[in-house]
Design a protein around this ligand. Structure first.
Ligand SMILES: [Zn+2]
Length: 460
């Protein structure tokens, strides 16, 4: 995540280098015969990237001007053909074939060739039937125009992802996955023994959260608790980049994996990661995943950035329904919510209802109270490891914290833009300490706020 200007420094001199190369080739072409002149106006590909993941494989082609394209699929064997119009088959574009790994879940191989003058044909030989999404993105942050080819499996194997896709999960696998929760929560014992009193927003408002907490400490938890960890950014969206070139997306994934291992040493806790590899997950999908697994807690993990390199410390944020608690928090939420623009999401007309609504209902007010308790518990622990950037939990309109029924916080572990904190963030030792700290924060929150019974959720 980044504050003030966008420090999404991808490769700082790449843009300049490509601009220089473009200028040189234009100069060169201006003195060659007229027949070649048309090529000077062609879109020039400046970068190609492939992001393989089980959820989907993404191919990105970045160019100086918008690419126009046509696509079609062929069967027996499965192929996707994308014709790029008005573009040269330059060195960069020719690198694309070599960027597809043999372990790519969806692409067997990729071929690029000149189909006819001015049209480059990409042929993607596929390992399985896919649902392709091909779309363009306008320039944002450090990126120029992008053409994105997303390959989703036609038949989703992962029951959770199938559920999110609106597909029926094979073999009722999701049912059993979710029943795991409801069985352990309700079936073994009468629900009344585990269910705390109904939470009423009226006696549980924000202002009273500290003075009048519901004493849930005596309530025994006898079901599997699901903690959703959300490593920020990923794939096309590197997040913030430190002065030594380390990306936020890599640091936070590493910390999340360490935290997952610690949490799962408790047999009563399972951890679901919104991403467990280097690929981009839209903010709305992160929230949907958390809700699909009926998460008891949601924690988004980030590493902060600011234009001033001396900015440092850890911070904790929760959602706000009535404006941000500070200008910095507001700005931070805005830049964070830009992740979908940078990561690249196909624009559709159907807005996600949970992200679109602005008025919070009573459920969400109660959830927000729990988020504040969770945030305070975490801030206390973080204060024992690192200087706190701010001594209180801050609030702003973070899209990724909008699950209406799951206590959610966003942790800025430290400032990756600070040279000292960047070095700590990439060290194994500090990542271990950070994971220990976050683990303790979660345990302390649960010890005072046992999760609610799932009975009502299961029946709804
Ligand atoms: Zn971030």
């Amino acid at each position: 995540m980044s504050r003030a200007t966008r420090p999404y420094a991808l490769t700082p001199d790449t843009g300049r280098r490509h601009a220089l190369r473009a200028a040189v080739s234009t100069l060169f072409l201006s003195v060659v015969p007229a027949g070649f002149a048309r090529a000077a106006a062609a879109a020039s590909v400046v970068a190609v990237r492939v992001w393989p993941a089980q959820a989907y494989t993404r191919v990105t082609i970045e160019s100086t001007t918008p690419l126009t394209f046509k696509q079609f699929v062929l069967k027996n064997p499965d192929r996707l053909v994308v014709d790029l119009e008005g573009v040269d088959l330059n060195d960069e574009l020719q690198k694309l074939a070599g960027k597809v790994g043999s372990d790519d879940p969806y692409i067997q191989q990729l071929r690029a060739g000149l189909n006819k003058p001015g049209t480059v044909r990409l042929v993607l030989d596929l390992k399985t039937e896919v649902r392709p999404q091909v779309f363009t993105l306008v320039p944002v942050a450090e990126y120029k125009n992008r053409l994105v080819i997303d390959l989703y499996p036609a038949v989703q194997k992962d029951p959770l992802l199938a559920f999110l896709d609106g597909q029926t999960a094979p073999d009722g696998a999701l049912d059993s996955q979710l029943k795991l929760d409801t069985n352990t929560s309700a079936a073994s014992q009468p629900a009344q023994q585990t269910a705390p009193p109904d939470r009423s927003p009226n006696d549980d408002v924000m202002a009273q959260a500290d003075t009048k907490p519901i004493d849930r400490s005596k309530l025994k938890v006898d079901r599997l608790i699901t903690v959703v960890l959300d490593p920020g950014h990923g794939g096309e969206d590197p997040g913030a980049t430190g002065p030594a070139g380390n990306h936020e997306k890599d640091v936070v994934l590493s910390i999340a994996r360490k935290l997952k291992a610690r949490l799962e040493s408790d047999p009563n806790i399972r951890v679901v990661m919104t991403r467990d590899a280097d690929f981009f997950v839209p903010l709305g999908v992160r929230v949907k995943k958390a809700r699909a697994v009926q998460g008891d807690l949601f924690m988004s993990i980030h590493a902060d950035a600011f234009i001033r390199p001396d900015a440092n410390g850890s911070s904790v944020f929760v959602l706000s329904d009535k404006g941000a608690t500070s200008t910095a928090a507001k700005w931070l939420a805005q830049t964070q919510n830009d992740a979908d623009l940078i990561g690249g999401v196909k624009i559709t007309n159907t807005q996600d209802k949970y992200l679109a609504h602005t008025l919070m209902d009573l459920t969400q007010t109660a959830t927000l109270n729990d988020s504040m308790r969770f945030g305070r518990a975490m801030l206390t622990e973080l204060g024992g490891l690192n200087r706190l950037h701010k001594g209180a939990v801050e609030q702003a309109g973070f899209a990724v914290l909008k699950a209406p029924d799951i206590p959610s916080i966003l942790v800025e572990t430290a400032f990756i833009s600070n040279p000292q904190e960047e070095q700590r963030l990439i060290s194994e030792d500090y990542q271990d300490k950070m994971a220990d700290t976050l683990h303790t924060g979660i345990k302390k929150y649960f010890s005072k706020n046992p999760p609610l019974s799932r009975t009502k959720l299961a029946q709804s």
